[in-house]
Design a protein around this ligand. Structure first.
Ligand code: PLP
Length: 406
């Protein structure tokens, strides 16, 4: 056997894509299927919802832009445009910000794992989390550790005590802590933190900053789909400037409905100029050592969408229309699910919601028999849930979906 032992037996397929393929296969046979597995926004006819202005701007990028290499760390215009968009309302972070282009938010998360943890160390995130976090850590010979996301009996408040205790534990045992927080519209729960909750997290991290290096990564893949103003998270994090480096895994996938374009960025706000220069070099080095550079045409298109006022304005109103139809699904789900007594966290917008269920695997299998596909999740410490991708479910199917869940 030539494959190294630690890489043998790795699953080639992602469970979400496998469930989605099965749903698609049965749909093609003519079965009436509700497929709530896949995290892309579909319209009520099951077609990918795309922003027409983004499609037009991508098609207007000249052929030579697509053909030419981009600089290793991304084009300067793209990097500047992302910083400006993300940190417009957070001057204390913006003045110390740097960015590199990455293939989606996934690439940004990859660079965080590789540069803020030594091999063998663990990143930290909420007990409900997007499964590729673990894959990304595993792939870089790091691991993933979690803290209880919601305190017992309360699914409407982040368990800040658990977060704080886990950060303290990582500082004590491995001398550093790398914390991933996916907000707003957390995948898989749909939970969006309030300003108060972010304030509490900021207080705890600031209080621990003298105990060792803490790095906070905000995975903001769904930042334009949350219930509050998109700039509020960055604004709330400003008190960390100079104490805890704040990083953002930024993605154009959902914001511009161009998932396959693979454009994202890692933005890092590092107060100390010497450290900032070192971080920037380390990121460039990581780019060179992984994907070399990201496609230049995609960066050109997204830069234009971010900076051309007419294009940005058109995208905003087209996205608002998508959000309004997603919101109608969320409202319909909430009304029916509450009536049926389903247990799930506060859900006020976003692609997903997670319904708690003690026997999630059996429940998901039983739902599949009835033609309704969701993604089961089981926590190692006990408890389970079903992730429901409302983004992919037509409004007319929501009553059937809730029936199956109940
Ligand atoms: N983070 C979360 C929580 C996600 O759900 C996704 C995509 O599904 C991403 C990050 C990254 O997506 P991409 O690499 O397409 O930007």
């Amino acid at each position: 056997m030539h494959l190294i032992p630690t890489h043998r037996g790795r699953p080639s397929d992602d469970p979400i894509f496998t469930a989605h393929q099965e749903a698609t296969r049965r749909k093609a046979r003519g079965e009436p299927i509700v497929d709530a597995t896949i995290g892309v926004l579909l319209d009520d006819d099951g077609r990918l919802a795309v922003l027409p202005t983004a499609v037009r701007i991508v098609s207007e990028v000249p052929a030579l832009e697509w053909a030419t290499y981009a600089p290793i760390a991304g084009t300067p215009e793209f990097r500047r445009a992302v910083i400006d968009e993300l940190l417009a309302g957070a001057p204390a972070l913006r003045e110390n910000a740097l960015a590199v282009a990455t293939p989606g938010g996934s690439g940004a998360l990859r660079h965080c794992v590789a540069n803020f943890l030594e091999a063998g160390q663990a990143a930290l995130t909420t007990s409900w989390y997007w499964a590729p976090y673990r894959t990304l850590c595993d792939e870089s010979d790091r691991s993933l550790d979690t803290f209880t996301m919601f305190a017992r009996g309360g699914a409407n408040r982040l368990d800040v005590d658990a977060l704080d205790a886990a950060v303290a534990r990582h500082l004590a045992t491995q001398g550093r802590a790398l914390l991933f927080v996916n907000d707003p519209a957390h995948n898989p729960t749909g939970y969006s933190m309030t300003d108060d909750e972010w304030g509490a997290v900021v207080d705890r991290l600031a209080a621990r900053a003298s105990e060792g290096p803490i790095t906070l990564v905000v995975d903001c893949a769904y930042m334009l789909y949350g219930p509050r103003e998109p700039g509020r998270v960055a604004a709330a994090l400003q008190p960390l400037a100079g104490k805890v480096p704040v990083l953002f895994a930024w993605s154009a996938s959902k914001s511009y409905t161009h998932y396959g374009l693979r454009i994202g960025a890692l933005v890092a706000c590092v107060a100390d100029p010497r450290e900032r220069a070192m971080v920037e070099s380390a990121f460039s080095y990581s780019c060179r050592g992984t994907w070399s550079n990201c496609n230049r045409g995609g960066q050109a298109a997204i830069t234009r969408l971010l900076t051309d006022p007419a294009a940005a304005g058109a995208c905003n109103s087209e996205r608002e229309a998508l959000k309004t139809s997603l919101r109608a699904r969320v409202d319909a789900f909430n009304a029916l699910a509450q009536r049926r007594g389903l247990s799930y966290p506060r859900y006020d917008g976003g692609f997903f919601v997670t319904v708690f269920h003690d026997d999630a695997l059996a429940k998901a299998a039983q739902m599949q028999e009835h033609g309704v596909f969701v993604v089961p999740q089981v926590l190692p410490e006990g408890g389970g849930a079903l992730r429901v991708a409302l983004c992919a479910v037509a409004s007319r199917d929501i009553p059937r979906l809730v029936d199956a869940l109940a």
